[in-house]
Design a binder for this molecule. Structure first.
Ligand code: FES
Length: 145
């Protein structure tokens, strides 16, 4: 990917920071939701564990192998959903999906570092990398409903 303007450079730094210093990497020992998901286009995988209590995501961790986009997205996603209700996390996932498809998205929600992935929408081949962990989260949370 090429990043040419200062905002792209900033976003790139945020992505690389999450890739090199992933937040919430590992496996929860007291999880009650566990999902494995592969990106069929490259074979990379993510393993997501979450602890959901009273409709709220109390904790989340991920591990896996993948490119900088998929792993930084996992780091950002786990950071963002902790403390959120299932509904809030699924709503955030919808916003992320809209953002990846280059659609208008609800910008009333503070996306924090997630915004750094915005540019991925211009690279269709990488969208599946960015959405891999979000799809895993959605699948896991739907199993709780
Ligand atoms: Fe495999 Fe990105 S290249 S997840």
């Amino acid at each position: 990917m090429s990043f040419n303007n200062p905002l792209d450079t900033l976003y790139r730094q945020v992505i690389m920071d999450h890739y090199k210093n992933p937040r919430n990497r590992g496996v929860l020992e007291d999880e009650n939701v566990e999902i494995n998901m592969n990106n069929p286009t490259c074979g990379d995988r993510v393993h997501l564990t979450m602890k959901v209590e009273d409709g709220k995501i109390v904790d989340a961790k991920f591990e896996g192998e993948g490119c900088s986009i998929s792993m930084s997205s996992a780091s950002m996603m786990t950071q963002a959903i902790k403390g959120k209700t299932i509904e809030e996390a699924l709503a955030l996932s919808q916003i992320f999906s809209d953002m990846m498809q280059g659609k208008e998205y609800d910008d009333s929600v503070d996306l924090g570092d997630i915004e750094a992935l915005q540019g991925v929408s211009k690279f269709p081949a990488r969208i599946k990398c960015a959405t891999l962990v979000w799809k895993a989260m959605e699948k896991g949370l739907h199993s709780q409903e």
